[in-house]
Design a protein around this ligand. Sequence first.
Ligand code: SAH
Length: 438
Amino acid sequence: MPRPQRNAARRPARRAADNDGHADARTDGQQGRRAPLPSVGEGGKDSAARVLLQQGRARPLWFGHPWVYANAIDRVEGDAGPGDIVSLLDHDGRFIGRGLYNPRSQIPVRLCTRKDEPVDAAFIRARLGRARALRARLGLPSPATDAYRLVNSEGDDLPGLVVDVYGDAAVVQVTTLGWSQRRAEIFDALEAELQPSPKTIFEVSPAGYADLEGFAASARVARGASRVSVPALEDGIRLEVEPLSGQKTGMFIDQRETRIRVGQLARGARVLDCYAYAGGFALQAARAGAASVTAVDSSSRAVARIEAHAAANGATINAVEADAFRFLETATPRSFDLIVIDPPKFARARKDLEAARKGYERLNALALAAAAPGAVLVTCSCSQNVDAETFERIVAAGAKQAGRELRIFERRGPGGDHPIPPGFVEGQYLKVLLTYVA
Ligand code: SAH
């Protein structure tokens, strides 16, 4: 029986290339991708221009929301070029904050401060310092974990900037024109703020955003020693991260805490890690003393990476190159005690919602069919368009389809190194349900 919805779900859509938060709002309504503009290059200035909001549109911004949508703007006073810093005011001229300006974006202003202060090299350095202080508070880095997110875009008041640290390297991902014009200041600040200074600074700025914002995409060693991979540790597990050829900045750091949690639940279990990428869940399970560990990914590169990681950690993992749907369809029913499904985004934009819903439902039903009585199913969605409540309903529908009962015993999201401002729903993307299968 043809199931067209599976094709939509199977499309090898990558997870959002950056802080997933701004992917959807950004691409919605911008479906026809514009031709890339010539790179604007360095030199965004700290302008005196003022952006005034329409009547009644300031409330979320007063309460900490960092984005101004194009349709909320009343007028721009003064001279502001793409990438400049502007001041944001409400309709009555009250100062709200300052941020990056890009008139070609659906989100022309992204706030980075609530103070009337310059946004310059010293500002970037101070924001990095604050970002580092939060991570230090969370115990990052530690002797066991030196792979962590140092800068999480809006959550660190640097909208469109992600910095992931892997051991002695930093990987910078820029998705807004303003920061692309200030890359030198960002690299300087990283070298000053991280001690010792990173041996390599990589830049991976994906084309999708670069085209939308009007700068040149980039995947390169920006500073320091040239290399293709960097050793890193996550909870004592050895990883080799390839920033220039991997997805995102090279790893999915957002799932670290859940990978550790899975390790705690894996002892003696027959474990299946679907959409395994670098094998993070599988490696945790193997170390915890799982009875067997199978990791599935459709990418041959991922399978090679998982095998290398298994060898480096003395773990036995059966790494399988397969489409996860296909693998689950042919798996022995009720044969796994712990199953993780962590697929790429199914809903990239609102128009994909229905296909995504069906895809998630079917995937969860298939996983449940493979789950033994008493199993734990860890089910994830990183589609920002599918909110937490909707995702729970979809999982419930999957259970019904499979004729199984399940209980949610834990709800999780990204780790603490992925902060977001309160009320910034666009930044809430990753949902993880830990469920017990009767
Ligand atoms: N669980 C991983 C992250 C998963 S990212 C971690 O903890 O690091 C999503 C992964 O799904 C990618 O590695 C991608 O190659 C893989 N993938 C995409 N489509 C797939 C499909 N149809 N079947 C199996 N794997 C798929």
